[in-house]
Each structure stands twice: as structure tokens, then as C-alpha cells.
Design a protein around this ligand. Sequence first.
Ligand code: UGA
Length: 440
Amino acid sequence: MRMTVIGTGYLGATHAACMAELGHEVLGVDVDESKIKSLQAGQVPFFEPGLPEVLERNIAAGRLDFTTDYAQAAQFANVHFLGVGTPQRHGSFAADLTYVRAVIEDLVPKLTGSHIIFGKSTVPVGTARDLQELANSLAGPDTHVEIAWNPEFLREGYAVQDTITPDRIVLGVREEASRAEEVAREVYAQALEASTPLLVTDLQTAELVKVSANAFLATKISFINAVAEICEIAGGDVVALADAIGLDERIGRKFLGAGLGFGGGCLPKDIRAFMARAGELGADQALSFLREVDAINMRRRDRMVDVAKRALGGSVLGRRVTVLGCAFKPNSDDVRDSPALSVAGSLSLAGAAVTVYDPEGMDNARRVFPTLAYATSASKALQDTELVILATEWQEFRDLDPAAAGELVAARHIIDGRNVLDVAAWQAAGWTVEALGRNL
Ligand code: UGA
């Protein structure tokens, strides 16, 4: 099939490359010239394992190209995926739909014939219906445009795998004559042959599935972090507790990783936009618990700063602190709303001399927080430091040898912000180990 993918950020660039990998002919579209130039040259403008290979292979095979020209996109195909960003609106919890609407406004007047636009962006419930009205008002007399919603569930760090072999495909279609399911079945033929469930719903349900999934994941993380707060006071161990409750298959161990909490470009803004939309619908109460989910999450960062201060005798002023990790999670260079970078920044603003090391996130972090010191390796970051904070659980940090690391530092004191270290091994090497939600 021929298709365009409009928006070439995380979601769009991955979707475009992976659709080509499935054998489709794909044109990626973005208004950002530099992004398009880089993608045309086979370079992924962010870190995503496996994606550069998929991109290069499909450009070379002639199945994948990129453009900034909407007229070319309108000519190229009758199927379009919309994957632009829906960031948090400045000064509000609501989602900013400017980019989503701009795609419809730019594309639809250029279309002729019959087209389907599959929305993939995370949007407030009701958006697809509004976009259909907008499209109807912009389409020429002989042009027919259908808007369907096909939310995306990919995780950064596993984006290729999640796109090629998703665990489910959700498709929201409008009530009146819809061709979306038939077309989607062709787009996703490979996954459907492998028995991937396809759930066809109305537009509103599809929009809500996406935000509900992210709200549930955020709630699960904040639940265990709330229990971590109790463990810290009452003297429990949140890791053992998570293992124990996670064995109940109704609960499950995934997303019960207690520590610095969630960040990134999705979970934080999505729970806020969900609350904002509930308010607009007159149902604030239904989602007011998400305020607490957000608050618990943000408190973990403060708690880490407090533990660090206490570890250094009450103040970090003038003290040398190393923060391992600044990406919001491992296998990503994304620092948007990163708990790790937030902690590094707070400690620096409290007067500490903070050195950061992250395998991939430092270029992005430097743009957000240029005043931190960035080391070129973990060993260099550890050199002569008085306190180490493990803030993002990269495998490289999990694999650190406590004895060798101990030779580098000025004081063997580490705070495990992600509960991933082998505490006994670190203690045996002479380290004082602290962690969130545990009394070690
Ligand atoms: C999330 C969802 O998992 C995807 O399904 C969704 O498609 C995506 O948002 C999106 O809306 O685009 P992602 O933001 O890539 O994906 O990251 P996650 O793997 O969900 O992790 C989010 C945050 O939670 C990270 O900061 C991570 O460190 C934290 N986390 C995760 C915990 O603190 N504890 C856990 O047990 C798990």
C-alpha cells in the first residue's frame, strides 16, 4: 500500500520506517526541514535502538522517502497517518491541539478523491469528531475524507518491536459509512495474520483507550511509590513488597518498579490532559485521583533531594555529587520531564557541584540544563565524588563493579533511585547504600 505519515517525531518516524519495513510505500511528512533532511539521509534525529537500520534499509529499497511538501503528500497516497505531537498547553493541564489541527488545515484542501486519515496522536476524547467536521469544511466538492482513530502504544526504547509486532491494534471508526477497518486490515495484514487482536470501536472509545492505558500505568507506578513512602517511615522494604504482591497475577509485577517515578513526553502530560478533559466534560471528580498520582510522582524527586542532603550532613552546598543518568528511562535519549534531570537540576540549584553522566541523554540534557557538568564516561563522573545517585537504570550502571567504582570516589555512598543495584554486593565492597522505599 501507499501511505503518508505526517509528523516525524518519535511516533511518526518510527511508524513511517516500520510501515516501509512491512512492505508498504511510505512518504514521511514534517514541517521541520532539518528533521526531514536528516531522515532523508538515513539519520534518526533521536536515539532509538534498531530504528536507524530499519530506516536505512527501507530508504535504500526505495520504499521510504520524506518531504516537507504537503502537496506532494496529497498526491502520493489516499491513506494518511497523523502522528504529530500533542504537548501540554502552556499554563494549563490541557493538550495543545495546534499541530493536529494544522495538519488537517494544510492537507485536506490539497486532497482530491477519497482519503482516510488515521489519527495516531494521543488526543482528548472528542477530537476525532471535531477533526472530521474541520475536514468536511475544508474538503473540495469531489473530495471525501474520513477520519479514523488508531492510537499508538509504542514504548520508547522498544519502538520498532512495538510497531511491527504490537500487542493489540485499536481502531476507532465513525458511525456512518466507514472504510477504515477494511483499509486498516490491509495496512496491518502481517500483524493480523499473527493473530494480533484488532479491536474496532467508536471514535471516542479509541481515543479514551489510549489515555486510559497511560493513566493506568501512571497510577500503578504511583501506587507503589505511595507504598514506598510508607515503607520509608514504617521500616518496610518496597522491593520485597512489590515482588510479593506482583506474584498475584491479578496485580502483576510489571510497572511496580518503585523509585524516582515516571517522566517522559507521555505519561505526565497525558494524565494531566485526561484530567483537563474530564473537567471540560463536567466530570472532574471522576479523575481527581490522577492529581494525587501526579503529586505522589513529583514527591519522589523531592524525597531524593532530601535523602541526598541528609547523606551529606544536611546541606549539599559546595559538595560534589554524581548523578548517573539523565534520560527519563534507559534506552532513550529523551530528557523531557526526566526525574533524573530534575534531581540533578535541584541539587545544582541547591549549591551542589553536580556531575552527570548518561550513555545517550547528555546532548539533550545540556540544552535544558547547560550549567551542570557532563562527564564523558561513568568512571570520569565518579572520580572524586562525595555522593553517587543512580537516577536512570541503564544496564551500564547496573553492571558497575562496586569495588572498581569504590576506587574512584572520595566517599563510598550511593543512593539507588531505581532499586536495581545488588545491595549486598555494594555493601560488601564497603559502600553505604540507600534507596527509595527501603531501609537498608
Ligand atoms: C509510555 C507507555 O508505556 C506506552 O505504552 C505509550 O505508547 C507511550 O507512553 C506513549 O504514550 O507514547 P514511554 O513514555 O516510552 O511509554 O515509557 P514507559 O516505559 O511507560 O516509562 C514511563 C516512565 O515510567 C519512565 O520514566 C520509567 O522510568 C517509569 N517507570 C516505569 C517507573 O518509574 N516504574 C516502573 O515500574 C515502570
